[in-house]
Design a protein around this ligand. Structure first.
Ligand code: DC
Length: 223
């Protein structure tokens, strides 16, 4: 039986940084599901599709073939044969991903792929609906959060390091809007699963959060 850890939470809570670290320590595969929705969003942006064009999204999403590969342990997202890893981290793509991930057909396609990945290997998967929908039987579910300001500050630092022009007020406003959309959509809204453990990382270092989660996991599986 393959083991799985589900980490859900709002944008910028540190899910991917922490999940990557835990994956390395446990030799698990890290699956970043947000990157899949981002690849789909990039496809829509390139096709000139607007988030409100629901019918078009229903049809066009079937034309986007999204797969995952690993290079030196790093997840690569392949969109119709093209590695788009370097193109999906912009705020434009993130906002489009939040807006278009409300679509039921988009979600069904992504969830199927994610469940297939978790059947084959031990995974740590992060996203918005992992504990509630994708991996309801995960051995450990975490709901990782932090204050909107802390998350905006982290995103700002990350973007500046990559030399992207940005301002913190806009990032915080975007984060609050994105949280609202992710939490209030009809299909699989972001919420804490009943059996998930809440971890607030506002005043914790990456190491502290990762250690805490690994300890919780070891207790769960008793090893
Ligand atoms: O985690 P992220 O910022 O890369 O995700 C981008 C968007 O994708 C996010 O705003 C909501 C959506 N998403 C989702 O709906 N379900 C997931 N499991 C992961 C991401």
């Amino acid at each position: 039986m393959a083991y799985s850890i589900a980490i859900d939470g709002p944008a910028g809570a540190g899910k991917s940084t922490i999940a990557k670290r835990i994956a390395k320590e446990l030799s698990y595969i890290y699956v970043d599901t947000g990157a899949m929705y981002r690849a789909m969003a990039l496809f829509f942006l390139r096709e000139g599709i607007k988030p409100e064009e629901e019918e078009k999204i229903n049809i066009e999403c079937q034309k986007a073939d999204i797969t995952i590969e690993y290079q030196n342990g790093e997840q690569q997202v392949i969109l119709n044969g093209e590695n788009v890893n370097g193109l999906i981290r912009t705020e434009e793509v993130g906002n489009m991903a939040s807006a278009t991930s409300v679509n039921g057909n988009v979600r069904a396609k992504m969830v199927e792929l994610q469940q297939q990945l978790a059947e084959k290997a031990d995974v740590i998967m992060d996203g918005r609906d992992i504990g509630t929908k994708v991996l309801p039987k995960a051995q450990l579910k975490i709901y990782l959060t932090a204050s909107a300001r802390t998350r905006a500050e982290r995103r700002y630092k990350e973007l500046r390091e990559k030399q992207f022009e940005c301002d913190i007020e806009t990032i915080e406003k975007d984060i609050i809007e994105r949280d609202y959309r992710d939490m209030h959509r009809e299909n699989s809204p972001l919420m804490q699963a009943e059996d998930a453990v809440l971890v607030d990382s506002s005043h914790m270092s990456v190491e502290e959060v990762a250690e805490h989660i690994i300890q919780l996991f070891r207790e769960k599986i008793k090893c």
